[in-house]
Design a protein around this ligand. Structure first.
Ligand SMILES: Nc1ncnc2c1ncn2[C@@H]1O[C@H](COP(=O)(O)OP(=O)(O)O)[C@@H](O)[C@H]1O
Ligand SMILES: N[C@@H](CCOP(=O)(O)O)C(=O)O
Length: 364
């Protein structure tokens, strides 16, 4: 993090939002699940979104959107980034009066496609949480773990948020206190409209999130691992895809899935030759097939051709985890051939090892 601003506090010690600051946040696209790692495993991809936010004296909010969502997203308080920044400030103890008095100018450069299974909503939430913390003058590198907790809490599942925050390959899990027996939609999980006491700002650093729901471990990816994606024009919201999942799964399916998820961690970090067998899943893809039959068909065709293909996130993007240049070129060719009828964008996005990047500066 690059930062030349300090936290300012009121007479009660509460963090203050002040005019005349600016922040730039870069956040990568992500692919979650990776086959057997439903709601756990994630990979940071080598491209992403950029968000700039300025605070100003005049109250109110202005939003400029370039790229993805420029013709669909709202430009007011209901914009996901604006809502999430305000929620973050509230959770970090900034008073409503202070928040209302300071104006916001947002410029979003969006490259991650929306509703395609590459973590656009997680990227928006992560960029909002880190922008909000940066504008308060907090050291977002030092506070990365607490800010991860907040963002994962807002998103409701940690598997996209973790690689967006830390980069690389991430293995996330719910802490014991969380009841994961009922699948939740993103809206339920993000607690839209509810009061939240997720984190408290105290002293120079943030306290750990009260009852932090999720944790993660980030690992470096094997040098040969090369993602290839096929992105269709159709969209599928994550909430809709989650609503297709059963509340209970068969014990044998859970056991089979656990074996492949363990193997996948070895394949991604140590020996990519195991990727094909390591990317079988029993928990989500088959239940979602009806909502994205063409993606399911592409996964089958690519696997039949020897590519470790899975549905990326909740879909409908198809991801191949290739190993080495020759295999990646072959995977690219297979995906292009099968989708030659049109309507798909097939490319190699590369990987991101750094996660979210924040620069804060004075903007008098
Ligand atoms: N950069 C962004 N700014 C504002 N809202 C966003 C942004 N990215 C995603 N969203 C919101 O999240 C929705 C997509 O979220 P979701 O259904 O979870 O799909 P994805 O797989 O792309 O994360 C979009 O339709 C939009 O409402
Ligand atoms: N584990 C989640 C992942 C959703 O990822 P997204 O990129 O589609 O938002 C799920 O499978 O629902």
């Amino acid at each position: 993090m690059m930062c030349d601003v300090e936290p300012v506090r009121d007479e009660h010690g509460r963090l203050m939002l002040v005019a005349g600051r600016a922040v730039t946040v870069r956040v990568p696209a992500t692919s979650a699940n990776l086959g057997p790692g439903y709601d756990s495993l994630g990979l940071a991809l080598g491209y992403g979104d950029r968000l700039m936010v300025r605070t100003r004296q005049e109250a109110g909010v202005s939003v400029e959107i370039n790229g993805e969502g420029s013709d669909t997203l709202p430009r007011d308080e209901s914009h996901l980034v604006v809502k999430t920044m305000r929620r973050t400030w509230t959770d970090l103890g900034v008073s409503a009066d202070v928040m209302d008095a300071v104006g916001l100018e947002l410029i979003a450069e969006n490259r991650i496609p929306h509703g395609r299974g590459q973590g656009s909503s997680a990227a928006a939430i992560v960029s909002a949480v880190f922008a909000a913390a940066g504008l308060l003058g907090l050291d977002t590198d030092r506070e990365r773990d607490v800010l991860f907790q907040l963002a994962a809490h807002y998103e409701g599942h940690p598997d996209n948020v973790a690689p967006a925050v830390y980069g690389g390959y991430t293995m996330s899990f719910a802490e014991d206190a969380v009841d994961v027996s009922e699948p939740r939609t993103v809206d339920e999980a993000s607690g839209a409209g509810e009061d939240s006491d997720a984190a408290v700002a105290c002293g120079a650093t943030l306290s750990p999130v009260a009852g932090g729901e999720f944790s993660t471990v980030a690992a470096r990816v094997h040098a040969q691992l090369t993602p290839v994606v096929a992105v269709p024009e159709m969209t599928l919201s994550t909430d809709a895809a989650r609503s297709l999942l059963p509340a209970v799964v068969d014990h044998a399916d859970a056991a089979a899935d656990a074996g492949r998820a363990s193997l996948l961690t070895y394949a991604i970090t140590q020996d990519p030759r195991h990727l094909m067998r390591a990317t079988r899943d029993w928990l989500h893809q088959r239940y979602r097939e009806e909502a994205m039959p063409e993606s399911a068909q592409l996964v089958r065709a690519a696997r039949a051709a020897g590519c470790a293909a899975v549905i990326s996130g909740a879909g409908p993007t198809v991801l191949v985890l290739a190993h080495g240049e020759i295999h990646a070129d072959a995977a690219l060719k297979v995906l292009k051939e099968v989708t030659s009828g049109g309507g798909w964008d097939v490319f190699m996005p590369g990987l991101d090892e750094r996660g979210v990047m924040v620069e804060v500066y004075r903007n008098a």
